[in-house]
Design a protein. Structure first.
Length: 254
């Protein structure tokens, strides 16, 4: 049987202790409840506090669960509900567009692909669920950067790598792209991340009107574009899909 890591076990026990019973506990309460020396308990609490999992009340010195745990919990729930609500609509989008469809969420300064519908042409394709895409160059990433303040702050502070000659890396030009994305309600990536590949994406909102993800179509430039411009029917289909998923999440009509 694989050995466990004692410090992680103690941290987990500490979080469970803070999650039940009294809302706030002092160092002595925590150390005695878990059978730990005060120095050991204090070291674990300091680490959890630095990571945002625990907060210390300035007046009393007592500890309580931190906001980062709530954010992680909401993220888990949102992602699973988002994917469940999007299944039918993304299948329809793949059929109507004839291209691959991706559902992405903000994760660790990038876009995490949480759902991928293959291009419906029976060609050999690789499932990309769990893959990460950059925020600044992909259509999904631009949508998240335009609508999600956290994504925006992360992409502004990040090193925006030029993947192709078309990648926009300058902050002023990039902010202009985000303004355009907000104005028209969708974002594009035409050979900015991968040569020969074009994408269109639109934002998904929840019942609080908060951006929880983005959905997009990706395919070869010659199929997604026509005479140098993105095909309007694909743009319309992506936006309709995003609206449908948003409505299913309780966002209402918009």
């Amino acid at each position: 049987m694989a050995r466990t890591i004692q410090s992680l076990e103690r941290a987990a026990a500490m979080l469970r202790l803070l999650a039940g019973g009294e809302r706030r506990l002092g160092l002595s309460d925590i150390s005695s409840s878990l059978g730990l020396a005060k120095g050991t308990a204090h070291g674990i609490l300091r680490t959890l506090q630095q990571e945002g999992f625990v907060e210390q009340d300035a007046a009393s010195g007592r500890y309580q669960l931190g906001a980062e745990l709530l954010r992680l919990g909401n993220s888990y729930l949102d992602v699973h509900e988002l994917r469940a609500r999007a299944l039918v609509w993304t299948d329809d989008l793949a059929r109507s567009s004839g291209e691959a469809v991706y559902l992405g969420v903000l994760h660790q300064q990038g876009v995490l692909i949480v759902h991928h519908v293959f291009r419906p042409d029976d060609s050999r394709q690789v499932l990309e669920v769990g893959a990460m895409q950059p925020l600044h160059s992909t259509a999904l990433g631009k949508v998240l950067s335009a609508y999600d303040p956290v994504a925006h702050s992360e992409v502004v502070d990040a090193d925006r790598e030029a993947f192709t000659p078309r990648t926009v890396t300058g902050l002023g030009d990039f902010e202009g792209l985000l303004d355009l994305t907000r104005a028209r309600g969708w974002a594009a990536d035409v050979e900015e991340t991968w040569e020969g590949v074009a994408s269109v994406a639109a934002p998904i909102h929840d019942r609080r009107r908060m951006p929880v993800g983005a959905v997009g179509v990706t395919g070869a430039v010659e199929r997604v574009c026509q005479e140098g411009e993105l095909r309007p029917e694909i743009i319309a289909a992506v936006r309709d899909c995003a609206r449908a998923v948003s409505r299913d999440l309780g966002a209402g009509r918009f």
